[in-house]
Design a protein around this ligand. Structure first.
Ligand SMILES: CC(C)(COP(=O)(O)OP(=O)(O)OC[C@H]1O[C@@H](n2cnc3c(N)ncnc32)[C@H](O)[C@@H]1OP(=O)(O)O)[C@@H](O)C(=O)NCCC(=O)NCCS
Length: 125
């Protein structure tokens, strides 16, 4: 894990040889009291896909965000990106909104949301 300012973190997945094969970045989204996180730059090397690396990178971000007391993770992906959509759904995200024509005519962006477990019985805001 690489860290920057609080909540701005990234993970690199590596083979036992040390070769990097995956990456994910996490950052706060919006004002701190929203307690939302944004997942981006998720990528796994073509030769290393379908081995659960993306799922494990997401799990790292989810654990960290929950430890920070965040309520939700958000991520965006193109509606045509089947692998990405399935990976997020497999990891407990759901499609919350579609930004139609976001990147041009017919190219929609899907906002994916993952509610995070809340500890301590606090009231969600
Ligand atoms: C999306 C991406 C990160 C997935 O990484 P990955 O390590 O291959 O994903 P995992 O092996 O952890 O897969 C987890 C689940 O996601 C789904 N999934 C992953 N790739 C899939 C594909 N090509 N087609 C359908 N479902 C897929 C499956 O449900 C899978 O579980 P399963 O293998 O047990 O069936 C990878 O395909 C990638 O780097 N794509 C290019 C970059 C990209 O599009 N990034 C996302 C931008 S938001």
């Amino acid at each position: 894990m690489a860290t920057g300012p609080p909540g701005h973190e990234a993970w690199v997945a590596a083979e036992s040889t040390g070769e990097p094969v995956g990456f994910l970045a996490l950052s706060p989204s919006g004002a701190p009291h929203f307690r939302l996180g944004f997942v981006e730059w998720v990528a796994v090397a073509p030769g290393a896909r379908r081995r659960g690396i993306g799922r494990r990178l997401l799990a790292c971000a989810e654990h960290r965000a929950a430890a920070l007391g965040w309520r939700q993770l958000h991520a965006c992906t193109f509606h045509t990106n089947r692998a990405s959509l399935h990976m997020y759904i497999d990891s407990g995200f759901y499609p919350a909104a579609t930004l139609h024509d976001y990147a041009g005519p017919g190219l929609h962006y899907v906002e994916m949301v993952r509610p995070l477990p809340q500890s301590g019985g606090g009231t969600a805001q």
